[in-house]
Write a protein that binds this ligand. Structure first.
Ligand SMILES: C[S@@+](CC[C@H](N)C(=O)[O-])C[C@H]1O[C@@H](n2cnc3c(N)ncnc32)[C@H](O)[C@@H]1O
Length: 309
């Protein structure tokens, strides 16, 4: 089990670790070359998830959940994956119309649709829904969710997006579209990452970490909390609640760090993997290797936002 309560590191120790990890990886991989190039085009996002489909199932969740577990007592439990859908569930009233942006392997939308059989669920993702026999009250669209012409103005009660907006560069375009389709007083729930300060304020080593983590997860450069909040309010949304769950995802990040660390420790194996395996598969290992210290070192944070029209 991954109980982090006995092994808590100070944030400065994590910052030191990040620098040491970058120096270590630089011995066998050209990190600059790795960071450069196409990272979050829709083609890249699709190929990232296709290549890592197996890895997500094997190392993250057999049930196809792709988000982090929120462990409130510092001890990892597989069941903590239900925090996000259970929280969203509280906002779904009878006969509600609900939209999920970026449903991934479809586990959240299927779980919620089964829990709310009277509500109608719509899901949008670049990939098609691959779940067998999804409930009748789900309708999915394979499309970019930045434009949602199939939904009328003021027609949707709840929109939610779990760890997906981070892939996109033009966030306000998405938020304005969500604002348009939400009914007055409708709710938009977002789980995503933010930097704890402006990118430019971090030293070059940490900037490299941020670029690697972004590249590792096929994300746009992660924005600061301040920038994220400005995007929400510029789009007309009101921030009703902002909960920082960084500490609570550390046990899950620790678990992934230990798995990635086993590969990284064997330099010959890591070198071979970097050379032979698809770049996006390797990128995901780097993400796992750096993620814990990124959160614990107060470089980035993980949030649950409740936004209201
Ligand atoms: C990390 S997965 C999250 C899956 C799911 N929300 C979960 O928590 O299990 C992110 C998903 O967002 C999708 N995605 C990212 N940007 C998108 C866009 N602009 N339009 C549609 N889907 C997008 C990706 O294809 C991927 O399936």
């Amino acid at each position: 089990m991954y109980d982090i309560s006995y092994s808590i590191m100070s944030s400065q120790e994590s910052i030191n670790q990040l620098q040491a990890k970058i120096d270590y990886m630089s011995q066998f991989v050209d990190l600059e070359k790795f960071i450069k190039g196409d990272k979050n085009s829709q083609k890249q996002i699709l190929s990232y998830y296709r290549i890592n489909h197996w890895a997500y199932k094997k190392f993250h969740s057999q049930d196809g959940f792709m988000h982090f577990r929120i462990s409130k007592n510092g001890v990892y439990s597989d069941q903590d994956v239900y925090h996000q859908p259970n929280f969203i569930s509280q906002f779904i009233t009878e006969n509600a119309k609900v939209v999920e942006l970026g449903f991934g392997q479809g586990s959240n939308i299927v779980y919620l649709a089964n829990r709310h059989p009277d509500a109608q669920f719509y899901g949008c993702d670049l990939e098609r829904l691959k779940k067998k026999n999804p409930p009748q009250n789900i309708c999915t669209f394979q499309q970019d969710y930045s434009t949602l012409p199939q939904f009328e103005d003021n027609s949707i009660n709840v929109v939610y997006a779990i760890e997906t907006i981070v892939h996109n560069t033009d966030k306000e375009k998405i938020y304005k579209e969500v604002y348009r389709i939400l009914k007055p007083n409708g709710v938009f729930i977002v789980y995503d990452y933010a930097l704890d300060a402006d990118f430019d304020s971090f030293n070059p080593h940490i900037q490299k970490v941020i670029a690697l983590i972004s590249k590792g997860g096929a994300a746009a450069i992660i924005e600061s909390l301040e920038q994220m909040h400005a995007h929400y309010t510029n789009s007309g949304l009101t921030i009703e609640q902002d909960t920082d769950y960084t500490r609570e995802i550390l046990p899950d990040l620790k678990r992934l760090e230990q798995k990635a660390g086993k590969i990284m420790q064997k330099q010959k194996l890591a070198k071979l993997m970097f050379r032979c395996l698809p770049e996006q598969f390797v990128a995901n290992i780097i993400l796992g290797y750096l993620g814990y210290d990124f959160g614990n070192g107060n470089v980035g944070s993980y949030h649950e936002w409740v936004l209201r029209k």
